[in-house]
Design a protein around this ligand. Structure first.
Ligand code: HMG
Ligand code: MG
Length: 298
């Protein structure tokens, strides 16, 4: 049975913008976040407190947090790879944090410069500080299907890291098909493996759309009982450490699918399209959302 409602976690202002050739100003990033919140999205990744040498596009995330027009019922989340990141996120007023690990060693090394085990150790004080400040922490597991450096990932590898993040206190673990090579059967196997240790209501789908399979993978995940989906407005994005991987599944496409399935999201398509038009104009690009192009050709 499919869920009655799905929570969409909008990652466009973070995952979407972190891979662009030229950084976008904090003002434009904040405007994007505001347009997204006006569309009814209630969970918005707003920035990353990572090394600006590693990801210059996410520099000045504190200014994005300062500039946004905050709505009471919206979660404004930030990526926090280490204690310094969490301290900065707290100063900036993020009301949720996310730690990110990988199911594969190669990506872990390239992305955060340490092994999987070291990353989990590094997250312990991050979780502790978040707890002291009552900040919920989400966990990410990257490369749930394949890794740009190590090749195929097994469901067991994903399940182990997912369990570790959940046990350390992440209220939800988002499963990242970073490279976007997944297909429904593979994704279901990963979910089944993770679900042996973590209840389905604490798992989320974070699928990149490189091979055009993300919507099919989301549908397969809903069939497994999952009800939280990450997506990026206009299908923006990619990861600086996953060359060739394309953006996240587009929020407009996910919304169209949910509307067709009578699944509630609380998001208004027309307002979401405004956010998409705004950011595509700013970037001088065409939307990567099929729904966006059909409803509002740019
Ligand atoms: P490191 O080099 O091992 O760390 O990097 P370090 O502690 O040795 O510090 C090195 C330098 O970074 C120092 O500066 C630190 O001050 C600075 P220097 O002395 O050289 O001038 N530094 C920081 N600066 C600002 N904020 C911080 C911070 N920490 C250290 N928090 C580190 C380790 C994790 C910091 C680095 O590798 C990094 O920032 N990586 C970022 C990776 C990233 O953001 N990747 C993209 C997001 S993940 C993703 O997209 C996947 C996801 O979407 C899911 C999916 O699709 O799979 C979530
Ligand atoms: Mg991603």
């Amino acid at each position: 049975m499919l869920p009655d409602s799905v929570r969409i976690v909008e990652v466009g202002a973070r995952d979407g913008l972190q891979n662009l050739p030229t950084p976008v100003s904090p003002e434009i990033r904040a405007q994007l976040v505001d347009l997204l919140s006006q569309s009814g999205l209630r969970h918005i990744e707003t920035g990353s407190f990572v090394s600006p040498k590693s990801v210059p596009q996410m520099a000045e995330s504190d200014q994005v947090f300062q500039t946004i027009y905050r709505q009471d019922n919206v979660v404004y989340a930030a990526l926090t790879p280490n204690l310094r990141g969490m301290e900065d996120a707290l100063k900036a007023g993020a009301n949720e944090a996310a730690v990110f690990a990988s199911a594969s060693e190669g990506f872990s090394q390239k992305n955060i410069n340490c092994s999987i085990a070291e990353s989990l150790k590094r997250f312990e004080p991050v979780m502790e500080l978040a707890k002291q400040h009552n900040i919920p922490v989400r966990g990410y597991v990257s490369c749930i299907i394949s890794c740009p450096y190590d090749g195929e990932t097994t469901p067991q590898q994903v399940a182990e890291v997912t369990k570790a993040l959940y046990q350390m206190g992440c209220y939800e673990v988002s499963l990242g098909d970073t490279v976007g090579t997944g297909t429904p059967l593979r994704v279901k196997k990963v979910l089944e493996a993770c679900n042996r240790n973590v209840p389905m209501e604490h798992l989320a789908a974070h699928y990149h759309n490189t091979y055009g399979q993300a919507l099919a993978n989301i549908y397969a995940s809903l069939e497994e009982g999952l009800a939280v989906v990450d997506s990026a407005v206009a299908g923006l994005g990619g990861c600086p450490y996953a060359p060739g991987a394309s953006g996240n599944v587009a929020t407009e496409d996910v919304l169209y699918l949910m509307e067709g399935l009578n699944i509630k999201t609380g998001i208004q398509m027309d307002k979401l399209l405004k956010a998409a038009t705004f950011i595509c104009k700013q970037l001088g690009i065409r939307s990567r959302s099929s729904t966006g192009l059909a409803l509002k050709p740019h």
